[in-house]
Design a protein around this ligand. Sequence first.
Ligand SMILES: [Zn+2]
Length: 266
Amino acid sequence: MRQEGLIKGLQIEEDSKKNLQYHLKLGDSLFSLNELLGQELTFHFSGEIRCSFCEKIIKKTYGNGSCYPCFITLPQNDLCILKPESCHFHKGSCRDSVWGEDNCFKAHSIYLSYTSNLKVGITREFRVKKRWLEQGAIQAIKLARVQNRLQAGLVEVALKKFVSDTTNWRQLFQEQEIPEDFEQKSVQLKEYIKDTFRFAHLEEEKTEKFNYPILQYPKIITPYNLEKTPRFQDKLIGLKGSYLLFEGGVFNIKKFTGFYLEMKKY
Ligand SMILES: [Zn+2]
């Protein structure tokens, strides 16, 4: 087996038996990573990097695999995407108001998940499950729904008083216990949202749990970095969040979006 192309991301889906299926998008092809579990693989970065937005050849990527011009001009790379409460659409300064209307003025979910810890987050309502899987959540529940990104940001900022909004990525790679107070916490946060934000609609859905395909956890969790080590060979032992777990390290696919990769199986 040999595959090559620009890294375009992961597709993570739950199959009918609730098993998570990972596919890697490399150039125009999409292939199963679950089938490669337990196999010795070679990753080789050719040195070519392309902006994931305009496809120009570049030397390094900024946010989301983008070149510098795309990073400073595209709406999806604006600071308000990381800090939704700082949405500036109403000031007329949105980088692209058509994109803003299509993406930020749509229903958003506010959720509670368990990644390395309890965590709150927001995202477009239709992609909430994708988001949980990309982050490696082992358990998650929707708390509330609002009409736009700014409202979601305001709720999230308020919830940060009670729960973190970040993940300690190193802890994703060890055996985890589901916290006993998860349900209780979600009820408390919903109560708080109900009492504080009139514009939010509470969700009634149940908690979801996710089992990642992991044969064993890595003993070493040093991240593989294609810029420093353009070629490495290691045994694939697990898939979690946006990471490929190997015996000797972990590889964050997201970080290398736009890198030209050659992948071989022995
Ligand atoms: Zn670009």
